[in-house]
Design a protein around this ligand. Structure first.
Ligand code: UDP
Length: 239
């Protein structure tokens, strides 16, 4: 491709739900393969890609807790769910001949490597995709916070949050046809307008470290590549 990347290193946040496709639970391998194709296009133009995957397609601590389970136990299950998703994503990427490393914030010897920031940076420099799993390793956090944290730690140029809609809207665009999309938002606007794009922990983290975040529609083929070469898809949250 003759398209020049605008960003050298990105951190892509994929929700667990995105991996379900049209299923009600679990993983749709067709969706994974499509994502692997799109991620491969970034690698193909020399972009270094870190990925944080959620676990909402399998377990969420808050939902398990609402059903009566101890919250911390539920969060541990949620974090383990992200490791399963990461393994599935690696499998799909490697079948597309993209070298992929999975690291986990929770040590899981024999299954995946333990997260080590300097090692992760070496892998990224070498062109490998690195999937950061098990969130932050702590209960009461989300994988959005993990994505912002890892993005800042490995010095990504941009955090990309993949969603099912075209960006951040004044209201839920699925329920309200009059909802308008923001093209740019400041961190403070997200907080003041109480836009539920990411949790407060995640927003405060990126604000304090001036990490730009772009929210975009992963179901739109080519959007990811377009952003990485400088396109304006979705909503940019920056300071
Ligand atoms: N989780 C956690 N700490 C973290 C990240 C995730 O305890 O640092 C747990 C939490 O229970 C969460 C679940 O893992 O509900 C799955 O992550 P998340 O809900 O962020 O996944 P997504 O909504 O992106 O699919």
């Amino acid at each position: 491709s003759d398209r020049q990347p605008k960003y050298k290193r990105i951190l892509l946040k994929l929700s667990g739900e995105a991996l379900m496709g049209d299923e009600d639970f679990g993983i749709d391998p067709k969706v994974l393969d499509r994502m692997a194709l799109e991620i491969g296009q970034l690698v193909g133009i020399g972009v270094q890609v870190g990925i944080v995957i959620g676990g909402g397609n399998l377990f969420r601590g808050a939902s398990l807790h609402a059903a009566g389970m101890d919250r911390v136990t539920g969060d541990h299950m949620g974090m383990l769910a992200t490791v399963m998703n990461a393994l599935a994503m690696r499998d799909s990427l490697e079948r597309s001949n993209i070298n992929t490393r999975v690291m986990s914030a929770i040590p899981m010897s024999g299954v995946v490597e333990h997260y080590d920031r300097r090692k992760a940076q070496r892998y990224l420099n070498g062109g490998d995709v690195v999937i950061f799993s098990a969130g932050t390793g702590n209960p009461f956090f989300t994988t959005d916070s993990a994505a912002c944290l890892r993005g800042i730690e490995v010095e990504a140029d941009l955090v990309l949050k993949a969603t099912k809609v075209d960006g951040v809207f004044t209201d839920d665009p699925v329920k309200n046809p009059d909802a308008e999309k923001f093209s740019v938002l400041s961190y403070d606007e997200v907080l003041i307008r109480k836009l539920g794009v990411m949790d407060l922990t995640a927003i405060c983290l990126v604000r304090d470290h001036h990490m730009p975040v772009r929210v975009f529609n992963m179901n739109k083929t080519g959007a990811l590549l377009n952003i990485v070469v400088g396109g304006n898809d979705g909503t940019l949250i920056a300071g």
